[in-house]
Design a protein. Structure first.
Lengths: 243, 294, 348
């Protein structure tokens, strides 16, 4: 079943066409890769899906319901979390406080309550434990190393219990041991039902993790299929090597 | 119809002078990400300098600019050094720093000149041309025309500098992408300092024109800076053409309103325009949208 | 450690309550009044500027609005002088808060520098309106407030002192509550990365606006109390740009983003302000401006956070010394072997 359906999305910035009638769909429960040369529109697509950019045309459906044009907070609450290429965490808040920003509360009276109930604290600590950075919980997040920030970003997305996570170059800028570690987390979470859409340049990472890969070029999808098939697809090779 | 035309004429002429004062402000924002709250008091300082030259050395206002402008350029250039140690991500503090500098200058001016209102004197301030076709007759003091001509000349010079010289190209590169400019070897800090100097030199010129058409003291700076800020927001922060269009249009509207309704409320209209632009188009006429960060 | 803190705070509170009785001199209580006035205002301003990171350099406009609101109410309802007027202070504050709603909505449509500029413009609009709406505000002639003649001599300052003390305590309570609530966490997240906060479900629009209005409410009440104290309001005095800068400077000096920082800033600067501003206003401007520049360049985070940093570093140093040589302090994940991944207890 298709969890996320993007249909004919177009987006231009001034004269530059970033997305050109792009259509993709992501199966529920899958780990899907999204690759393509620089400038192919991958990050723009992420931005449009998550509401950071408005689309000029086209439709996006999540769990069957349209989410086109929704602002980022509504997209998040609909169940889609995302990370950023250059990790975006809250540097002046502690690691634990970072976790709690994403915790959803309902009703206005809840706003007046303390920023973390004991139940929420427990959950936050669980997740920090899962990614192995519990010992840093009281440290200002700005003091974390790049790898630690990636883990934190990963963890606080999870606290809101999303159904789908968009990862923007998760393997970028970290060492192989850490990459393996992240891949491990992704596999475990996926086995528990979480769907992933991953933009990556690291081919090994994509090939080993993703069962299904889509290739973008010049704002549109040019190929998709199993990693091996895509890898040897002449159109894909052209896109990467050409121009 | 007569009053409206009068308003338009006055608005255009004074708008030119305001464009002079606000272009330095918007340029500085574009390059250094600094909002120089001190621009108002610097204009007044320029006015006082012209006053001193005229009163004590009997140097006429326009030739006097040959002295005041370089002096003020140097002052602006010096002041820019205060901002060098501020780290990139703390640039917002620079607004308060400029406020602090403005207070210092205001205090010094008050100490020297006290709170007496002064104005600049010259034959072309009191002498005026009668414009044809108006009844009651409309006498336009020469200073308005000369001031406008000054503004046109200086702004044309600025335009050439920014769009037709190497310096200008480096300046525009720094405005668009500071890091990239540094990477290609542009001395962004040096350019910033020079830009600061240019902005203050233009303020000196504007100050002379302002002081010749208004009585002033150090306190006039508050009203002045609030107008200049409104202009650059309306035009779009960082946009030179925006500052120009905003200056002229806002002044025209204000002066027309002053003619047909009430001068007091005209000032308010000035700010109402600001509110309107914020509601309809927050980035200003020609400003860039502060888009969602990717 | 906590007990020590609580006791110290209670002692401080007791001292503040007893202050006018210990130092009944009119000049002293007057300075104390202004100190507490600014402490309350800066504490409130800090909710928007320090927590949410939106530096409003125009919130003093609400001070003026509160001041004029009280003056107008007293005039139109012929309110007699006396303690009763203090009950109208919250009303004046509420009026300021109501005006803050649409004002804040417009101002918060922009960010960063533009926001700062807009707030400055709003301040001047307020001053202009006070000058020009002469039918309502009496223009530059100003308005008078009822004068409680029965509060003679040294006693005069006392009710005002306690009124402003109460307001300060309210401001501190609000600041403390915001800081420790989910709402406050949202504001701090907005300060660090507003779009990221939005993307994580924080309701940024309403959070920012409410911070704006809360600050306006308290600053408005401060303006009302001040107006009653001074006895008259004029456009230039109720909308005084130097009050504005003073607030910002106190906030930055003490440390914005903390609860006690604003109060520290007020305690340090206001007595100095009162002594100099009356007799040497120009020298005061020069020194003030210079102080502002120095503080921003040398101590950008303010006294309190800088001290907190030193304290933290000192403590970290001591811990490091205590631990034996062969134990690594913080294990960085990258240096670990691929860590054992815990799977129990994770509910997704």
């Amino acid at each position: 079943m298709s969890l996320l359906e993007v249909s004919n999305i177009s987006k231009s910035f001034g004269g530059i066409v970033a997305l050109n009638a792009c259509s993709i769909s992501v199966e529920q429960g899958s780990i899907t890769g999204l690759i393509g040369p620089n400038g192919s529109g991958k990050t723009t697509l992420f931005n449009v899906i998550t509401g950071y950019e408005r689309t000029d045309a086209g439709e996006i459906r999540f769990k069957g319901k349209p989410i086109t044009g929704l602002p980022p907070d509504k997209v998040f609450r609909a169940g889609i979390g995302r990370t950023f290429q250059l990790t975006r965490i809250f540097p002046r808040l502690t690691v634990l406080e970072n976790m709690h920003v994403a915790v959803q509360r309902h009703g206005t009276t809840s706003l007046l309550s303390r920023w973390s109930s004991s139940h929420e604290q427990r959950r936050a600590l669980e997740l920090l434990d899962f990614v192995g950075i519990t010992q840093l919980k009281d440290m200002p997040a700005g003091n974390l190393s790049y790898g630690q920030r990636k883990l934190l970003e990963f963890a606080f997305i999870l606290i809101a219990e999303p159904q789908m996570i968009l990862l923007d170059e998760p393997a970028g800028g970290i060492n192989p041991a850490m990459i393996e570690r992240l891949a491990g987390y992704i596999r475990i979470l996926n086995s528990r039902g979480l769907t992933f859409l991953i933009v990556e340049h690291n081919m090994e990472f994509v090939m080993s993790l993703c069962k299904h890969v889509m290739v973008m070029h010049r704002g549109t999808k040019i190929a998709e299929g199993e990693p091996e098939a895509v890898r040897s697809n002449p159109a894909v090779l052209d896109a990467y090597l050409g121009e | 119809m007569g009053p409206v035309i009068e308003g338009i004429i006055l608005g255009v002429l004074t708008g030119g002078v305001y464009a002079l004062m606000s272009s330095g402000l918007t340029l500085l924002f574009g390059v250094m990400d600094i909002i120089n709250i001190g621009q108002g008091i610097l204009v007044i300082l320029g006015a006082y300098l012209s006053y001193v030259l005229e009163q004590h050395l009997h140097i006429d206002l326009f030739p006097g600019l040959l002295i005041t402008m370089p002096v003020m350029f140097f002052l602006g250039w010096l002041i820019s050094f205060v901002f060098r140690p501020i780290k990139r991500d703390r640039m917002m503090l620079s607004v308060l720093v400029t406020f602090g500098i403005a207070l210092i200058i205001e205090g010094v001016l008050n100490l020297i000149f006290t709170a007496n209102i002064v104005s600049l004197q010259a034959w072309y301030i009191t002498a005026s041309i009668p414009l044809p076709g108006f009844s009651p007759p409309f006498y336009l003091p020469y200073i308005y025309v000369f001031g406008f001509a000054l503004a046109v000349v200086l702004l044309a010079g600025l335009y050439i500098l920014v769009y037709r010289t190497d310096f200008g190209r480096s300046l525009r590169a720094s405005m668009q992408n500071r890091t990239a400019a540094e990477l290609v070897g542009i001395d962004v800090e040096g350019i910033s300092s020079i830009t600061f100097g240019i902005g203050v030199a233009l303020a000196a010129a504007g100050g002379m024109a302002f002081g010749a058409t208004n009585g002033f003291d150090a306190n006039s700076a508050y009203d002045l800076i609030s107008r200049l800020l409104a202009i650059i927001v309306f035009g779009g922060m960082g946009s030179l053409s925006g500052a120009l269009i905003a200056s002229v249009s806002m002044l025209v509207i204000e002066d027309v309103v002053a003619q047909i309704w009430d001068p007091h409320w005209a000032t308010l209209v000035f700010f109402v325009l600001l509110v309107i632009i914020l509601v309809l188009r927050p980035q200003g006429l020609l400003g860039k949208v502060e888009g969602r960060k990717q | 450690m906590r007990i020590f803190k609580v006791v110290a705070l209670l002692a401080l509170l007791a001292f503040a309550i007893a202050f006018p009785l210990l130092f009944p001199n009119g000049e002293v209580t007057s300075i104390a009044f202004f100190t507490l006035l600014f402490a309350a205002m800066v504490t409130a301003w800090n909710v928007l500027a320090g927590y949410a990171g939106y530096l409003s350099l125009g919130h003093i406009v609400f001070f003026g609005i509160g001041a004029y609101a009280l003056a107008l109410i007293c005039k139109h309802w012929n309110v007699p002088a006396g303690y009763g007027i203090f009950l109208l202070v919250p009303v004046s504050g509420l009026i300021a808060a109501l005006i803050a709603i649409p004002t804040g909505w417009v101002a918060l449509r922009v960010r960063r520098h533009t926001f700062i500029v807009i707030t400055i413009a709003l301040f001047f609009i307020g001053q202009l309106l006070a000058e020009n709406m002469t039918s309502v505000t009496n223009g530059t002639t100003g308005l008078d407030l009822p004068f409680p003649g029965s509060w003679g001599g040294q006693f005069f300052n006392i009710p005002f002192y306690y009124a402003i003390l109460i307001l300060l305590l309210i401001a501190i309570a609000v600041s403390w509550w915001v800081r420790h609530s989910k709402y406050g966490l949202g504001l701090l997240a907005i300060r660090d990365d507003e779009d990221r906060a939005l993307g994580l479900g924080v309701k940024t629009e309403i959070s920012k606006l409410s911070a704006f209005v809360i600050a306006a409410l308290i600053i408005g009440m401060a303006g009302a109390i001040w107006a009653y104290f001074i006895g008259a309001v004029y456009p230039a005095s109720a909308f005084d740009p130097t009050f504005d800068i003073t607030m910002a400077l106190m906030g930055f000096l003490g440390g914005i983003g903390t609860i006690a920082g604003p109060i520290l800033g007020a305690l340090l600067l206001e007595p100095f302000h009162q002594y100099l501003a009356a007799d040497y206003p120009d020298l005061y401007l020069v020194l003030y401006g210079a102080l502002l520049v120095l503080v921003l360049l040398l101590l950008p985070r303010g006294i309190l956070p800088t001290l907190q940093d030193y304290w933290r570093k000192y403590q970290a140093q001591r811990q490091r010394i205590r631990i034996d040589n062969d134990v690594v302090i913080s294990s960085l994940p990258e240096q670990d072997e691929p860590a054992k991944i815990k799977t129990e207890g994770i509910n997704l």
